[in-house]
Design a protein around this ligand. Structure first.
Ligand code: TRP
Length: 331
């Protein structure tokens, strides 16, 4: 990896099944970024225990997600792809940064407000302090850029504030990270209600395509996708069902909206929905096959994430030691 490349850091939580929305909105982008940046990706499993997890299922989900990311094209030779809880520097810097984060700042985080409404019986301190740990994830690697969705923007803004505050007290220590806005990559909406985000917890099972759905299920879900009454494949930029389908199709085929419009000129929604379904099937089936190979080869997965742990430690321990020295700790 050349040193002139900028560093990108991102992470996802092993908190549930991955959807087509997660894939097109985030994972596919990560895969593409690997060629132009020094990429450091993590499974943020420490963040996940802010909500109670069943140990067996949690344990399984972590390795399955690891395998799925490799199947999607995250290359452990090109990128560092590690599991957060295996790299002790995260919890350590996370604690330190909590002491440089204000109660008021954390109280204003909309995700905390939402989650504490959803989990009224378990509003734990970890849920509250979660953004300080996220700041540690990013700042440990001197990340220049962080690709995040809209729901994490506020946390990245807070990360910048924490980093600037620390630098202000102790002198230049942390790189101030910028949000990375993907050039491509779709914000995928529900197939049943285009005003809503595609979500694995949607009650309507036709609303959401899961990475592991069978080909015929995928085709069926697209056949049933809501459109509008125009019967013309035209991108209106109004969050219509057709806009959503065009977004999905153009993200997978790398065609622009105009090219998609041209391709389906004079054709009806039925043809278009069939084509989108088939494009998704052609994208997901090979991933599913590679996933099956990886998940049946646990030794290989363990080898990959242990190597990544060492690589992540090498970088992050330097940052942690610098921080500790500046504060006055003994190493
Ligand atoms: N909080 C993020 C989410 O739930 C996951 C995450 C943890 C993350 N640490 C991060 C994302 C650092 C970007 C950078 O989606």
């Amino acid at each position: 990896m050349s040193n002139s490349k900028k560093t990108i850091f991102s992470a996802v939580q092993p908190s549930g099944e991955i959807t087509l929305g997660n894939y097109l909105g985030a994972i596919k982008n990560w895969v593409n970024l690997q060629n132009d940046y020094k990429c450091i990706f993590a499974l943020a499993d420490l963040h996940t225990i802010t909500v109670r997890q069943n140990p067996k299922e949690f344990n399984r989900r972590i390795i399955e997600l690891y395998a799925l990311f490799l199947a999607c094209g995250i290359d452990p030779q090109k990128s560092i792809f590690f599991i957060q809880s295996q790299v002790h520097t995260h919890a350590n810097l996370g604690w330190i940064l909590q002491c440089y984060t204000q109660f008021g700042e954390l109280s204003r985080m909309t995700q905390f407000k939402d989650k504490s409404k959803k989990h009224v019986d378990n509003i734990n301190a970890g849920l509250f302090c979660y953004p300080s740990l996220m700041a540690a994830d990013i700042l440990l690697y001197n990340a220049d850029l962080v690709p995040v969705g809209a729901d994490q923007k506020q946390h990245l803004e807070l990360t910048r504030n924490i980093a600037e505050r620390f630098n202000g007290i102790y002198g230049d220590t942390f790189v101030i990270p910028e949000p990375y806005v993907a050039k491509i990559g779709a914000k995928v909406a529900s197939l049943q209600d285009p005003t809503k985000k595609m979500s694995k917890s949607d009650k309507n099972s036709n609303a959401c395509v899961r990475m592991m759905d069978d080909a015929d299920v995928i085709i069926k879900k697209f056949k049933r996708a809501v459109t509008d009454s125009n019967n013309e494949v035209k991108f209106r930029n109004e969050n219509t069902g057709i806009d959503n389908l065009i977004g999905i199709y153009s993200c997978i085929t790398s065609k622009s909206a105009e090219e998609v419009e041209k391709e389906f000129e004079g054709k009806g929604y039925g043809d278009f929905k069939k084509a989108v379904g088939e494009a998704v099937v052609n994208e997901l089936i090979p991933i599913q096959e590679r996933f099956k190979d990886y998940i049946s080869n646990e030794d290989y997965l363990v080898k990959c994430f242990r190597k990544a742990r060492e690589e992540a430690l090498e970088i992050s321990e330097k940052t942690l030691n610098e921080v500790k020295t500046k504060i006055g700790f003994y190493l």
